[in-house]
Design a binder for this molecule. Sequence first.
Ligand SMILES: C[S@@+](CC[C@H](N)C(=O)[O-])C[C@H]1O[C@@H](n2cnc3c(N)ncnc32)[C@H](O)[C@@H]1O
Length: 344
Amino acid sequence: MKNQKFINHLKKKYDRNFFYFDEFMEESLYSEFGYFSNGKVRSSKEGDFLTSPEVSNFFGVFVSKWLISNNLDNDSNVLEIGAGTGSLAKQISNYLSKDIYVTELSKNAQKALNQENIILENNLESYMNKNVGAIYMNEILDNIPCSVGKQIDNQWFEKTVEIDKNENLVYGQVEMREKNIDWIDRYNFFNNQDNDLEIQLNSEYFLDELIKQIDPKYLLIFDYGFKYDDRNSKPYKSTIRTYKDHHFSSDPISMPTETDITYDVNFTFLKKYFSNNNFEVQLIYQYEFLDNFGYGHLYQELQDKFNQTSNIEQLKIKSELVGLEAIHNVRGLGGFYSLEAKKV
Ligand SMILES: C[S@@+](CC[C@H](N)C(=O)[O-])C[C@H]1O[C@@H](n2cnc3c(N)ncnc32)[C@H](O)[C@@H]1O
């Protein structure tokens, strides 16, 4: 489905008729015509996909307990990146009786956050003197535009999106930019096993900014992804995909600006990145993180309550139990990774 306004926007903004994949993803998601700038808040029931805090109100309880275990609940401030509807910030704020600062790029989500009176401040510099001890984020890095590398006979190329003579979007490829070759080199992803390589240089820039401007002692990152050694066991060449109406959707160029574009986060890159920046890193599955912060106990408590109640109250508890199971299930949200980085 052609989106002429978007194509005109691309033509006007770039003085070439091809775009690197990260540029295309940036424009498709975050430009004024972009997916996150229009429509409903995307990470909600009315939107296109559900995240852990949207599935269970208890997700924030586990993150709160993590904050408490690291003495981050009292004196220091806490910042959430990309808060979406604000569900997680609210859950934590209620549990700890403390305000949580948030950032959010999407205009629609910003409106929702303002309505909830959540403190939204996108200017990272303004956090410099706010004593932010911890930064956490859920499903953000998979939405930070990546480039796509393809290795052909030992030479690296980059996937591009082009406007053809009928003004349709088509894929192409060009020689890889030096900065991306450097990223692959620094993280030692040369042997990419015949797959496309999602190059997360923009995530690196983004994390650099967070660390340099805010200097947090802790970061906590939840997302879907893989360890590089396991990449080959995934049965697809590219991990880039789209979502719409709570389902997988079409190729990123077939309905630009109408679908979420996302990819699996390379946690081997993240681990090395944080180690190189003097952080101690713990990488575990989300279900293990939940187990570490009282999942079993909480589940049992709810189960007991369920057995002691009836009617509407019982239905409510049943739905809470179902939500808890969903964020813990290793085949679903529980199989996401949780990365904790602690400054040494
Ligand atoms: C998949 S949604 C997750 C929302 C929320 N964290 C949750 O768990 O429900 C990704 C969100 O990240 C926001 N986002 C992406 N990059 C961002 C950035 N650099 N700074 C702030 N928000 C960002 C998007 O606008 C979008 O609302």
